[in-house]
Design a binder for this molecule. Structure first.
Ligand SMILES: [Fe+2]
Length: 290
């Protein structure tokens, strides 16, 4: 019989106690001072990507079908940086770090930022890790403390993410599952605590449940997410972490991006297209010292 308690919830909250913006939950949602900068840079990023495939960026709604043609877009909607677009990608990284404000001083490691487009079209519900199902990223094996998510541009009212706090959780709540449907047995009771908003930066611990939602006639939106480890991290009880999938770097790389460090990529968009046709694995980008 599964036992449910507040034990892990309390442990997780303790890690954030007294940190800026934190109130009742290991979660915050605050206005992003650099929202305008990020929107501008992401527009340039999209424009550079489309240029490579001979298209022009008009606006998010009109250019969606062309963005979806990019060979460097993952099934989850991440527009992966390539040699042609890495300069702007690094600028975006730098402004994501600035967006953290004071909270950055609590962070030790960060995963590379993911610039993500969601079209608003309801996806196939049979996918094992379908994001419209209630989940925590711990269930895909993400052994990090939490995630920052920044609403950049588009239709967040109809095509968003909702965040929920579980009331009680099982002892094996944090760990990889084969699919999100199994997760329903790992908690008891939820309370809605927020939703993804344009021009806001959100922080949610790995214990926070969330799901994407898209209403009828939803238009596309772009958000940026990146996972982190807090400083003074203690051992976390975690089943089957997927350490190959989730790479992370010391936060200094983000702070010094463009000055002493750079996220370097190793293939062009054209290389990517050819490689995918051959069904080969690519060389992932990484932070290098400059
Ligand atoms: Fe998620």
């Amino acid at each position: 019989m599964t036992l449910y308690s507040k034990k892990i919830i309390k442990e997780r909250f303790l890690k954030y106690k007294n940190l800026s913006h934190i109130k009742k939950y290991p979660f915050f949602s605050i206005k992003n001072q650099f929202a305008g900068h990020l929107e501008m840079l992401v527009k340039i990023y999209l424009s550079q990507n489309l240029e490579i495939i001979g298209k022009k960026f008009v606006n998010l709604n009109k250019s969606l079908k062309h963005i979806n043609l990019l060979p460097n877009i993952t099934p989850g909607g991440i527009i992966v940086p390539k040699i042609e677009t890495q300069l702007i990608y690094n600028s975006i990284t730098s402004y994501c770090y600035k967006s953290l404000g004071n909270f950055a001083q609590n962070i030790e490691f960060v995963a590379p930022i993911a610039i993500r487009i969601k079209s608003g079209i309801v996806k196939d519900q049979s996918r094992p890790y379908e994001t419209s199902k209630l989940h925590t990223d711990a269930w895909v094996g993400m052994l990090l403390d939490g995630i920052f998510s920044i609403g950049v541009m588009g239709d967040f009212k109809n095509n968003g993410v909702q965040f929920f706090m579980p009331n009680l959780v099982s002892d094996d709540y944090l760990g990889k599952l084969l699919n999100y449907d199994e997760g329903i047995k790992k908690f008891r009771g939820i309370k809605k605590i927020g939703q993804l908003k344009k021009s806001y930066i959100h922080m949610f611990d790995n214990i926070i449940l969330h799901k994407t939602m898209s209403k009828k006639k939803a238009l596309p939106r772009i958000s940026i997410d990146f996972a982190f480890f807090l400083k003074n991290r203690k051992e976390m009880k975690f089943k089957n972490p997927d350490s190959k999938r989730f790479k992370y770097y010391p936060v200094q790389n983000y702070r010094d991006c463009g000055k002493h460090s750079l996220f370097k990529t190793f293939e062009t968009v054209k290389d990517t297209e050819v490689r995918i046709l051959k069904n080969l694995k690519g060389r992932e980008g990484k932070f290098v010292k400059i």
